[in-house]
Design a protein around this ligand. Structure first.
Ligand code: ATP
Ligand code: MG
Length: 411
């Protein structure tokens, strides 16, 4: 493989575990070398419930990916999500210590350390510190305060925390599979990296990942994250409703949902009919597509309303001009953008991950946004730190250029 830096992203989903191997070639371009997936066993709502079963899944998907890429992998970037995720707003204020009253890198680190130094809820560990903005004296909305003159620097951040025990079980599984966990990353941060543009974050955008056992959301306002969290309900709940109301096995209900389901009743043609195969050699049954949508819509609406109420609790500085962007397998449900648009009262679209070189384009699918985002963000992080270190010896290196990679990691 003509590449120098190889990495693996691993997304242990409640229904499907996905692994991607990628490498940054000599021209600095990210290329995908393998993308594999297997049905997950032992995970519910993003939480591992059976280590042995999950380990079996991980071993199998990693082996396939290694074979496909023709490399051996030693460490992974792991995605996490679920109800245990919390986005905690915090801020840190420090005096600007420099003799010329100019903000330095140290001031920024100190202000972020102050913002981080707060008591977390029990069993929570910090996964990310995402900077929303800096404030120098009374000037707010600053993204890069380096060299700005003032007396007081404030950093406003969103601390992203996750349950230590949930994360520890994920680490344990990966380690038992013989790999190191290079980094744990929030799934929706990874999604954002391949699905949202900086302009969308600036305009304000809500990204929602509808998985099987959980639905996760991150919201951006004026370029910075203002909310991150999730609910322990996803597409599986819709399947269970269909199975219960139509009195069908879960596997058949899943097939009916994916092939003929819709979640926005007004857009379903009243004369459309769904042919439902029967078990036990019985003749197929015909049901109105609208009746099926009437089973699905309330559950999907419930999920969106739960998320919407979380945003309503926030005191937001601006609106969401960029609308709602939906990813994850649940975003493939017909009518999902119409329903999201009606509930959130803003435009909604499906988020397709940006193209990355390498494999064919079949991965440009909202189900792969998390695993591709893990890879993309690690590549960005590596290129930021390598451009920093390659410039390290240069006498002409300005102080501002020294910190570019640092900002790349914070936002
Ligand atoms: N074509 C489709 N139409 C409707 N729903 C679909 C379709 N394809 C997949 N889904 C649903 O998407 C869900 C799986 O999505 P995804 O693979 O993103 O979840 P996951 O990552 O395994 O779970 P989680 O993120 O909750 O841990 C399932 O509920 C599945 O029924
Ligand atoms: Mg998922």
């Amino acid at each position: 493989m003509a590449a120098d830096r190889i990495m693996m992203g691993l997304d242990i989903g409640s229904s499907v575990t996905r692994a991607v191997i990628g490498s940054v070639n000599k021209d600095g371009q990210l290329m995908i070398d393998a993308l594999c997936e297997k049905p997950t066993e032992g995970v519910r709502s993003g939480t591992i419930l059976n280590i042995e079963q999950t380990l079996k899944t991980i071993n199998s998907v990693i082996n396939d990916a290694e074979l496909q890429a023709g490399v051996e992998i030693h460490s992974v970037i792991l995605g996490v999500g679920g109800e245990h995720i919390q986005g905690i707003p915090s801020n840190g204020v420090v005096p600007i210590s420099n003799r010329d009253q100019e903000v330095t890198r140290d001031d920024i680190f100190r202000s972020i350390d102050v913002a981080k130094a707060r008591e977390l809820p029990q069993d929570q560990e910090i996964l990310h510190v995402l900077v929303q903005e800096f404030i120098v004296d009374s000037r707010s909305g600053i993204k890069d305060p380096i060299d700005m003159t003032g007396h007081r620097l404030e950093s406003k951040v969103l601390l992203i925390s996750g349950s230590s025990s949930v994360c520890q079980n994920q680490r344990k599984c990966v380690q038992k599979a013989g790999l190191q966990v290079q980094r744990i990353m929030l799934q929706t941060v990874a999604d954002s990296d391949v699905v949202l543009s900086p302009e969308e974050k600036e305009m304000g955008t809500i990204l929602i990942n509808i998985g099987a056992g959980s639905t996760n959301m991150i919201a951006y306002c004026q370029g910075g994250p203002v909310y991150a969290g999730g609910v322990a309900i996803g597409g599986d709940a819709v399947t269970n409703d269909i199975a219960y109301i139509l009195n069908k096995p879960k596997q058949l209900a899943e097939q009916i949902k994916c092939e003929s389901g819709a979640c926005y009743v007004p857009s379903v043609n009243p004369s459309d009919v769904v042919i439902v195969p029967q078990v036990g050699g019985m003749p197929p049954e015909r049901i109105a597509k609208k009746a099926l949508a009437e089973v699905i819509e309330p559950r999907m609406a419930e999920i969106f309303i739960m998320l919407q109420s979380k945003l309503e609790e926030l005191d937001l500085p601006a609106g969401f001009g960029g609308g709602v962007v939906l990813v994850g397998g649940g975003s493939l449900l017909s009518g999902v953008t119409d329903l999201a648009s009606e509930i959130f009262k803003m435009p909604a679209r499906i988020g397709f991950p940006e193209a990355i070189g390498g494999l064919d384009r079949s991965y440009i699918n909202p189900q792969y946004s998390t695993v591709l985002g893990l890879l993309r963000s690690e590549a960005k992080k590596q290129s930021a730190s390598s451009s920093n270190s390659s410039r390290k010896d240069s006498e002409s290196r300005s102080f501002t250029s020294k910190i570019k990679g640092f900002f790349g990691r914070l936002f």
